[in-house]
Design a protein around this ligand. Structure first.
Ligand code: ADP
Ligand code: MG
Length: 730
């Protein structure tokens, strides 16, 4: 009985097993069969020498015309050796294949032999040749046309191979395995398979490797691609169902409560999107199982207000809420702005506080012990309705009286584990969870990476937002543009506005810590990225002399960072030279210019995030993307794309397309890397939606998959490989 779990050793022989293990880490039959061919070659095309390009790695089928062994003495060697020169033909043209130190080739490649040759095309003595190709004998014939009669299939699978384990060796190993494999159970239930017109699993496994024609290959791949989406979506459907089965405390809105009074005190009108999503959240908070929702929206689309309104509903219903921010700067800023927005509603127990006011507390790692104790007390007693902080909130010592809602700001900085830890804080009844992100996530990625969350999207920006004009400043060609940029900064400051200058590095570190970019053979000599410390010094002494210029970066002590941000927000600082600490959520509406130095060192989404820090009020913004990357370079193209649009969704897509597929999910959430071979989360939107719907209905009818053991096994093995992924990382 040979199954997908059978070790390769018993099936393909010892030598192949060792080779396959060391080349690809294959252990089982299933590992080998999951190594799908990269493409199919038409044997007909392989017999034509006309299109061979020098320098290319090619595979050809050819007939041996003649073979001779030539004795020669390699340079520096004392003894002579043999070189075999094999002349091969496609029936019309000739090509030479050369083998070194393998005189036995003369015997095995007798004239008339037909074989598959695979190697790099080189030129020797002005003739094209294949140097030391791999060589698989297909048969013997007198005429090249007799290929048609050979056993060899017309369509030849080409595998990702190594020097030791060739594509042909893989074909052979797969052939041996498929010959003895017992049909594996099909993880996709029959009714799903039929309604999606998919071939059975066993058939797909065999046809993806040994198709009779490209259509079979295509259909087999379609089936296996569906599997990848389907198994993943079944995991997620099961998780969603589990969430739905958990209890949560319903949090009804209260007449005359904080939320109502907050709404009537708002200095602006909520956008339609804010209102619609607000209603969605409100309804979910009233249910008796936990909300688990992702709120995504452009930078500046007003997510915080949406979250705050949900928090107030929970407080009105007797619960506490936590807001998790990725940095201390951002936590402190949320604290200030939320307290300001709430006004008397947040002054419980203080003079001028409203009757049933709540309290907003900040909890960070850099707080004094005394202050910290007081805050912990407020949290434990339930006086603090809103607790804002970094992951310090996740520490075990922090006890909530009644945690009802957790809001996680900028999800991409938080892992799944942290989400789980916070859920644990609420004891037996899990809190409602709202995750916010300003990095727009294409629908399919959301369905895959965040498939266990429901998604709400805020598309429009509040009315009256001024536009941000972005320009690429190429210092190599147009140094005067940068000079003009600094002038612009001075003008904006003269008009009462402020500026950010962003650099990739802090600076002032020991030489050894400086990361040199790897030198490119062709490119200009590389230099370390520009540093905050250097740029600030140069600007203060030169183009921005006389302005109130400060530095902000992650190495400053927490209270100093906070102090600088507060002074900046109060308008006491004109120019902030900073690292990307300002990237996430920092909100000073009066800033009208941002100069990003070495802009090519940032990714598309990151630049978009950075740019979101300006144009937040009614002041129009200017963003200068400064780079010395040469015109026509990929980096320049990327920057031009960022400058050309402010549509975060379009940019997110661009960003994802620039990454390797595996990294797309990796960047979103750990794990799930190895499981996707044929499925592209960017291209296969239809497959993913179909699979999601199918998975949903299967789980609805059979939540524990008792009637679908093969699917259950597929889930278990996916989860096991994910688990392995986590382990490797830590
Ligand atoms: P995000 O977190 O989505 O980037 P914020 O919630 O920080 O955006 O909102 C950005 C700014 O817009 C804040 O100053 C906020 O007070 C303001 N704002 C939010 N909603 C509106 C609205 N409907 N009309 C006008 N201004 C708004
Ligand atoms: Mg925000």
């Amino acid at each position: 009985m040979v199954s997908l779990d059978t070790k390769l050793g018993g099936v393909v022989g010892k030598a192949s097993t060792t080779a396959l293990r060391s080349a690809f880490e294959f252990e089982t039959v299933g590992d080998l069969l999951a190594h799908y061919p990269r493409r199919l070659e038409d044997r007909g095309q392989l017999t034509n020498f006309a299109n061979l390009q020098v320098g290319e790695h090619v595979t050809v089928i050819a007939k041996v015309v003649s073979v001779k062994n030539i004795q020669y003495t390699p340079k520096g060697a004392r003894r002579p050796t043999f070189r075999s020169e094999v002349t091969i033909t496609d029936g019309e043209r000739e090509l030479q294949a050369t083998f070194f130190r393998q005189p036995w080739r003369k015997g095995s490649l007798a004239p008339g032999t037909i074989a598959l040759f695979s190697g790099k095309v080189t030129v020797f003595n002005r003739r094209r040749q294949l140097q030391h190709p791999t060589c698989d004998i297909l048969g013997h014939g007198t005429d090249i046309d007799e290929f048609a009669d050979l056993e060899t299939p017309r369509w030849i699978p080409i595998y990702a191979a190594t020097a030791k384990v060739t594509s042909q060796a893989l074909t052979d190993a797969v052939k041996q395995v498929l010959a003895v494999l017992d049909d594996p159970a099909d993880p996709v239930p029959d009714e799903v398979r039929r309604s999606h017109d998919l071939m059975p699993y066993a058939e797909a496994l065999s046809k993806v490797h040994q198709p009779a024609d490209p259509k079979e290959w295509h259909d087999a791949r379609r089936r296996l691609r569906f599997d990848e989406a389907f198994v993943l979506q079944t995991v997620l459907a099961q998780r969603r169902r589990l969430m739905m089965s958990l209890p949560a405390t319903p949090r009804q809105p209260r007449q005359g409560g904080l939320l109502q009074r907050f709404d009537s005190s708002l200095p602006f009108i909520l956008t339609d999107g804010q209102r619609r999503i607000g209603a969605e959240l409100s309804a979910e908070l009233e249910r008796s199982h936990p909300m688990h929702r992702l709120l995504q929206g452009e930078v500046g689309s007003g997510k915080t207000v949406v979250a705050l309104r949900a928090m107030l509903q929970v407080i009105d219903a007797g619960g506490q809420t936590a807001l998790l921010a990725p940095t201390e700067v951002l936590a402190a800023q949320h604290h200030r702005s939320i307290e300001a927005m709430l006004g008397p509603l947040a002054s419980a127990g203080m003079l001028g506080g409203a009757d049933d006011a709540t309290r907003v507390v900040l909890l960070t790692g850099s707080m004094s012990a005394a202050k910290r104790r007081q805050v912990m007390l407020d949290i434990a007693s339930g006086v603090a309705g809103i607790v804002i902080g970094t992951h310090a909130i996740l520490e075990e010592k922090v006890q909530f009286a009644e945690l009802g809602l957790v809001v996680v700001d900028e999800q991409h900085r938080f892992g799944v584990e942290q989400r789980a830890a916070l859920t644990d804080k609420a004891g037996f009844t899990p809190p409602h969870v709202l995750v916010m992100t300003a990095t727009p996530i294409p629908r399919t990625v959301a369905m895959t990476a965040f498939g266990d969350l429901d998604v709400s999207t805020l598309r429009e920006l509040p009315a009256g937002r001024a536009r941000v004009q972005s320009t690429v400043v190429p210092t190599a060609e147009r140094p005067q543009w940068l000079e003009r940029g600094w002038e612009r900064v001075r003008e904006e400051v003269a008009n009462g506005h402020q500026a950010y200058v962003v650099c990739p590095r802090i600076g002032g570190e020991p030489e050894s810590a400086m990361q040199e970019a790897p030198a490119d053979d062709a490119g200009p000599p590389s230099r370390p990225p520009l540093a905050v410390a250097d740029v600030a010094a140069q600007l203060a002494a030169g183009p921005l002399a006389g302005l109130r210029l400060f530095m902000l970066h992650g190495r400053l002590p927490g209270d100093e960072k906070d102090d600088i941000m507060q002074r900046f927000a109060a308008g006491e600082i004109d120019v902030l030279v900073a690292t990307t600490v300002i990237e996430v959520g920092v909100d000073v509406a009066n800033v009208s210019v941002m100069v990003v130095m070495d802009a090519d060192r940032y990714g598309v989404s990151q630049l978009h995030q950075l740019r979101g820090r300006i144009g937040r009020g009614s002041v129009p913004g200017v963003c200068l993307l400064v780079t010395d990357a040469p015109a026509d370079s990929e980096a320049r193209e990327r920057l031009e794309a960022v400058a050309a649009t402010t549509d975060g969704f379009e940019l997110a897509r661009l960003d994802l397309e620039n990454r390797r597929e595996g990294d797309v999910l990796g960047a979103m959430q750990s794990g799930r890397r190895s499981s996707l071979k044929l499925l592209s989360v960017l291209r296969d939107e239809d497959v993913i939606s179909d699979a999601r719907a199918a998975a949903e209905s299967v789980i609805q009818a059979d939540p524990a998959l008792d009637r679908h053991p093969a699917l259950r096994a597929a889930l278990a093995s996916l989860l096991a490989s994910e688990q392995a992924g986590y382990l490797e990382k830590s």
